[in-house]
Design a protein around this ligand. Structure first.
Ligand SMILES: CC(C)(COP(=O)(O)OP(=O)(O)OC[C@H]1O[C@@H](n2cnc3c(N)ncnc32)[C@H](O)[C@@H]1OP(=O)(O)O)[C@@H](O)C(=O)NCCC(=O)NCCS
Length: 183
């Protein structure tokens, strides 16, 4: 008999906290559910070691002590301002469509703005149209394609948002947060 999947609830019980090494074992499990070849423990360790001086930021979404999602950013200083690359966003399959990724991205965007980031970018699988919809809500638009970027030859869509440093972007984040709280 198939397991009964209970309807997900919105993410109001979920807290956004800095990601730490104790989140890694569950993060590796979530990686294997999200990707054909997900990040290993050592990749997570290396990324978390670069928080701060290496320009990385990682946030975790937790229900109580249980990790239900995480997202990361790599801030790179440029001449006309800093750029940020979203390195990863994953949410527990049982907690998807509850606004967890939205809350993680709002928090990351605020950290990026506080660091003087003027543009942020990411690569996303061409087939991940739901994820692309999520990023569109944050002002990202497709800017190009990297052919056969992923395993099994799947293309990556490169998306950019150049308005993250604008005053209006703060309004967008507040609006998304209000929608999330009201959902
Ligand atoms: C993509 C992912 C992070 C989204 O996480 P999530 O917590 O479910 O996202 P949210 O609930 O915050 O979604 C916000 C909005 O994004 C869009 N969206 C997100 N997932 C979607 C999906 N599967 N199908 C269609 N739209 C989707 C919707 O507009 C959604 O708003 P709505 O639920 O009110 O319609 C999650 O599906 C995941 O972990 N996927 C596997 C890993 C991955 O592909 N990560 C992205 C790599 S770049």
């Amino acid at each position: 008999m198939n397991a009964v999947r209970l309807p997900a609830t919105r993410s109001s019980e979920t807290r956004i906290v800095p990601m730490s090494r104790r989140h890694i074992p569950r993060a590796v499990e979530l990686e294997t559910q999200a990707y054909p070849r997900g990040w290993s423990r050592s990749v997570f360790r290396s990324e978390l070691d670069q928080v701060g001086r290496g320009g990385r930021r990682y946030l975790a979404a937790v229900d109580g002590r249980r990790l239900v999602g995480y997202a990361g950013l790599w801030v790179v200083a440029g001449t006309g301002g800093s750029e940020a690359h979203i390195t990863n966003v994953v949410v527990d399959p049982d907690r998807r469509r509850c606004g967890v990724a939205t809350r993680l991205l709002i928090a990351l965007a605020r950290e990026a703005r506080a660091s003087g980031v003027t543009g942020w970018t990411l690569e996303v699988r061409a087939s991940a149209t739901g994820a692309q919809d999520l990023y569109r809500k944050f002002g990202f638009a497709p800017a190009g394609v990297r052919k056969a970027y992923y395993e099994q030859g799947e293309d990556a869509v490169v998306m950019w948002c150049h308005s993250i440093g604008d005053d209006g972007y703060d309004h967008l984040l507040n609006q998304l947060e209000l929608e999330e709280q009201g959902a």
